[in-house]
Write a protein that binds this ligand. Sequence first.
Ligand code: URA
Length: 218
Amino acid sequence: MNGQTISLLGTQVDPETDAVTVDGVQVHLAEKRTLLLHKPAGFITTCSDPNARDTVMRLVPAVPGLHPIGRLDKDTTGLLLFTNDGALTFALTHPKHVVEKTYHAWVEGVPDDAALARLRTGIELADGPTAPAEVRRLHTRNGRTEVELVIHEGRKRQVRRMLFAVGFPVVGLARVRVGPLTLGDLPEGRWRDLSAEEVATLYRAAGVENSTVQRAGE
Ligand code: URA
């Protein structure tokens, strides 16, 4: 590596600054890439679909190993992260240190204070009780109300199920924040690369110090 012979197993390399050769032939180290997509409605979150439906992979570049971190429902819009860094996926989805996510949901009617209080305390769903959520009404228009929910968990259709359980079915749902990241002015259907600093803030938000932390012993 960089002109030196390495005999120590587990030596870490930085693909951006280190040159690695084996028997004189340069090894191309897989570049780590993390993207943020503003997901439109109508795309399912999966790497491949046996029924050939539109998947979110059609919206991002073909990078080896790139996969979505977590999932958004087909009809949910908003912030969806992709990476080929398995350690980042693990850090962000492990139940022990999942990061805060903010959702904006349109519901029929006007949720009353009692409904909001139930969401704040935690409610019983089929797969167990939810952790306390932060929740507030944003505004009401044409008989529908936009509600902001901040949750840490990432259970299937969780926001829809929580609001349904308190009597307010969701008619539109968007994720507007994951940990330190927001959509900014990124238009729907567009993606952008995250900077190394943004990736570092994601690791920190998940309570993991840096990307060299290994899975073993977690
Ligand atoms: N909760 C939901 O109900 N749907 C999503 O897509 C994300 C969170």
